[in-house]
Write a protein that binds this ligand. Structure first.
Ligand code: SF4
Length: 405
């Protein structure tokens, strides 16, 4: 008697929107070494801060939800313990901040410091300053509107260019994590804010940007980014078009969310670029350049004249100018309307990215060398901060300087 054999296990490759797709778009080879290899990056500042600020906002929201503590929150008493917790979670995953970004000595083995020893002047560094502003400037407007936080959204799509003799699977999975706010909460809070003459900045922003809709029940997706507002146009070679990629990310999230059972119609997405609340010198140099070359949408039409003047008068070796809160708030928030046609284009684009990743993986599985199988192409900033620049074959000028002789 012939015994039946067990059929081959059926696995669908799973891709995360930020961890895989956006990361691959930044640089395919860096993505391969960081995500598909076992090499945690030594100081992935962008990644550390992105994950740190996401974690801080989520944890701050949960604290606010259960304790309803009024804003503004005190850095040492209310915010620093959250930072500490998130920092420890990231350390477990091998992600560490630069010393100038976060005071983390109390987490070090052998440290005899505790929270009482900290003071704002000596210990509050860039990441802490941003966390404090993000919570006190945006948290107080945003948290009361959140209906569900950290929702895992997942979907399945046909594998692009599927070939049963070559492809790993006929489908691929795609996932992301989002916060959502709902029209029910927006409307209730809007009535209260009108009654008590209180301006909720998120509601005002939505009312200004969202076209009149007949749909009563809708949702808006929220995403936080630990970076400055990207330029609306890319002018340098090898530069990633972050403006467009972030829009496509939100459109893809909206498609994934629409597949969930309890989802309502999705009208828009809001991205909060949290570095804008406390820009670094490096950020301000880029902001100055983008304003001068008409590469940014904020300021627009002669708005914020005083802030623009301060930025143009400022030199890199000087103290940072005192920019207005309105300017920082305007630059830190972005509205993305959901449109079916654009959504189809975004999904097509992500299909193409998955197709590229799968092709590189298959090449590698067939014996091709890693550096020949994966595309190495990134902008100067990414290459300079990359752990693999010393042996990367990318022949851009920036990496040539770092090549091993
Ligand atoms: S040096 Fe630049 S091109 Fe090479 S892997 Fe790193 S980011 Fe990619």
């Amino acid at each position: 008697m012939k015994l039946p054999t067990r059929s081959k296990s059926y696995m669908i490759p799973e891709y995360s929107l930020t961890g895989d797709l956006l990361s691959y778009i930044t640089c395919g080879l860096q993505y391969r070494y960081q995500n598909k290899g076992t090499l945690p990056p030594s100081k992935p500042v962008q990644r550390w801060f992105g994950e740190f600020i996401h974690g801080v906002m989520e944890e701050a929201y949960l604290n606010w939800k259960y304790q309803k503590k009024e804003f503004p929150w005190d850095w040492k008493e209310d915010i620093r313990p959250i930072e500490d917790e998130i920092d420890l979670r990231l350390q477990v995953r091998g992600l560490y901040p630069h010393d100038e970004d976060l005071f983390f000595s109390i987490n070090q083995p052998g440290s005899d410091l505790n929270i009482e020893d900290l003071n704002e002047h000596d210990h509050k560094k860039l990441a802490s300053a941003r966390a404090e502003k993000a919570i006190n400037l945006w948290g107080k407007h945003l948290f009361p509107l959140i209906d569900a936080s950290e929702i895992l959204i997942k979907g399945v799509r046909p594998m692009p260019n599927y070939d049963k003799n070559i492809s790993r699977s006929n489908y691929y999975g795609i996932n992301g994590v989002v916060d959502v706010i709902t029209s029910a909460k927006i409307n209730t809070l809007h009535e209260q804010s009108t009654l008590y003459n209180y301006d909720n900045k998120i509601i005002s922003f939505i009312k200004k940007n969202l076209e009149e809709t007949d749909i009563e029940d809708y949702e808006i997706i929220i995403d936080y980014k630990g970076m400055k507002r990207p330029p609306v146009k890319v002018t340098k070679p090898h530069s990633e078009d972050k403006w467009e990629n972030h829009k496509q990310q939100i459109l893809t999230y909206s498609w994934l969310r629409s597949k969930q059972e309890n989802a309502k119609a999705i009208s828009a997405g809001i991205i909060l670029y949290l570095n804008e609340l406390v820009p670094s010198k490096e950020d301000l140099v880029l902001i100055k350049d983008e304003i001068a070359n008409d590469l940014t949408d904020i300021p627009d039409n002669g708005e914020f004249g005083d802030d623009i003047q301060l930025i143009f008068d400022w030199q890199e070796d000087e103290k940072m100018p005192n920019l207005s809160e309105e300017f920082k708030i305007a630059r830190s928030i972005r509205f993305i309307e959901i449109n079916e046609e654009e959504r189809v284009k975004a999904l097509d684009k992500f299909d193409r990215v998955v197709c590229d990743i799968e092709n590189s993986l298959i090449k590698e599985m067939k014996g091709c060398k890693i550096q020949d199988a994966w595309k190495a192409d990134a902008d100067e900033r990414t290459c300079l901060a990359c752990d693999f620049k010393t042996f990367c074959k990318n022949n851009s000028d920036i990496t040539k300087d770092f090549k091993v002789p």
